[in-house]
Design a protein around this ligand. Structure first.
Ligand SMILES: [Zn+2]
Length: 211
């Protein structure tokens, strides 16, 4: 065996250890980071309603998540237009330039409840144009705001452009990656999940103490 081969063999276990967290945990993906304000929430469904967006537009935004995440409807809630009994999400659209201080295309106002700041319901507001006059894509913006409801925070880094929580490329749209699916799954519980199955241990002071 060559020296290089021996070095490689010696380094392989280290490489394997370094790769495991990347594969098993989306939290290492800088473009898919959990929100600090929203806690773990429980629901089986999001019920989206809007008097401004068509059902087809709502379904297109849902499709970003339904079409990308194997855990859709299992590890985090499924989403539908209308209906009741789940998390009520009202979507409003203003056919004007954004009036937000940030000038962004949309904003989500979640209603979080104690204990643990779980998501109860939410209002999403969307605008036709950014503050700087650049047209928004309301379906893409809605898919981004849904990302917030799934427990993800903005990823404004240049390297995250094109990812759903990052910046939208000029004239383009964003995509949901495996890391975003993973974080959404970690931030939600559904009735189809076994309690405690495949989850990291909860942070508790009374764990890990002396025997
Ligand atoms: Zn955002």
């Amino acid at each position: 065996m060559t020296l290089g081969g021996r070095l490689l063999r010696a380094a392989l276990p280290l490489l394997a250890v370094a790769l495991i967290p990347l594969r098993a945990d989306g939290a290492t993906d800088p473009c898919a980071a959990p929100s600090s304000g929203q806690g773990i929430s429980s629901a089986d469904q999001f019920n989206l309603s809007s008097t401004k967006l068509s059902a087809a537009e709502l379904i297109s935004a849902i499709g970003y998540w339904a079409g990308s995440c194997a855990g859709y409807g299992v590890r985090f809630p499924s989403m539908r237009v209308g209906g009741t009994g789940g998390v009520a999400i009202t979507v409003t659209f203003f056919d004007t330039t954004s009036t937000l201080p940030s000038g962004s295309c949309g904003v989500t106002t979640p209603t979080l409840v104690a204990p643990g700041n779980s998501l109860h319901s939410a209002q999403i507001r969307l605008w036709a144009k950014q503050g700087n006059g650049i047209p928004c894509n309301k379906v893409d913006s809605l898919a981004h705001e849904i990302g917030h409801l799934l427990g993800l925070k903005d990823a404004p880094q240049v390297s995250c452009q094109g990812r759903i929580m990052g910046e939208r490329p000029a004239n383009g749209t964003r995509q949901v990656g495996a890391g975003e699916c993973e974080v959404a799954g970690s931030m939600w519980r559904t009735s189809s999940e076994d309690s405690g199955h495949d989850r990291p241990p909860r942070c508790r002071d009374d764990l890990g103490g002396p025997p």
